[in-house]
Unconditional design. Sequence first.
Length: 478
Amino acid sequence: PDNAAVAGAAKAAVSDDGTLIALRHQNLRAFSISLLSSSSLSSNLYASITTLDVGNNELTDLPGLSSLSNITNLILTRNWFNVLPTEIGTLSKLRRLDASRNFLRPNPTSLRFDDLRALSELRQLDLSYNQKCGRPHHRDLIQGEVPQLTDVRITVWEKICSHPGAYVGSSAAERDATLLRSQLEAWGTPQLRRRLVRDFGEKPTDPAAVDRSEVMRRLLRCYHREGLLELPVMTRSNDTHDDDQGEEDESSSRSGSNLNLNGGVGRRRTIQVRGTPVRQELLDKLLIELRSWRGDRTRGGSETHRERPSIKARCYVILRAPDANDRKLEGQVPDGSPTTAVSRRAQRVAKKMERNRRLWDMAMEVMTEVDPDFATRCTEMAVTFGFTGSPHIDKQNCGPFYGLALGDFPEGTGQVCVECSARVLATVDTKNRLGRIDGRYPHWVMPYDADEERFSLIYYETGGKFVAPGPAVFSLPT
């Protein structure tokens, strides 16, 4: 939706005493302090506000926040923040900050440690369900950086993932991409709960009583009822040969209540999209270079030393733009701290780029012809051979990516499939074409003959200005 239109339609709710103001569930992608003035609260009464709640929107910053100098409680839950608000350090009376269910990371840039340390009254920081803040040591790290905090809340993903039935397969590489459950597995549990309510009309579930495995079971049952999940033969959880149960079996089959739905194949509506064609001369040169890269261990093309093992690919390496390391690390290392680890990492990245500079330059020449602006912003490129299946979400991306596939694999196979909505998928033909896709939605590679040759280049950006997700694809369907 248009930001201005959404902002104009937003209406703030104000408590009777004027101390709490809320803009929840307003579909806001942009915030302005004028949104508060449009309520019954006049601008000269900003000083009375002690709680601001902007939860359940799509916000990435809160310009004008410094006008609310008496806030003690700030609620940012369920938004698109990958960095805390720019003016957070001006809230000298802030005691509680709820930044749960966002995209924050445990580093000085994302959590603005310098600004938080200056807030002497701050005691509670809620980072629950920020996936990158989910390691056991992250709590200690944050409390060490912001010592006045007495309550740091995080979700330890290792504990959640260890629950029986929470996930099928330990990573995307182990999941069958044709199965609907595998395709849904990339979503976090909050998104699955939301889908049950918004898309299938189910009642909201209590996280304390209904865990991920049960949420997934109910969701698959909804798909089965609509005919969007096809079960193979013999999927009853407890098979029986009692003829007297025939009528019960038929009823159970219709409802999905007595079936093992994990092995069901997805039958959602699929639209076909084609990427932008790439000039053949460029493709020919690039394919020769990729064949040279494959098998070269010194350049990352070895099948025994591939990066990102959570993805199923025979060869996988990530190249970083020559200047991207400086851009990505800028502001993430506190002044006076040791930089040895950063320097070593930068050296490894530089050496890898030096060995693959010819490949990088050829790939950027292709991108420059199709989208010159993105070519200047691209910070990383994944180079792969034999990438198959692997339904996943690229949470680190700050915007859409471009995909290009090359090789002798058959036309009409090996497309990138991406979820557009609960009931609709899109297959994007990237063979000799650049397809623009938002990888922050579940996506995977469609089947192709494994004996055939398929290289892929994925151009993406991290660490830049965050672009709210959507749409999943950017070309008209064929």
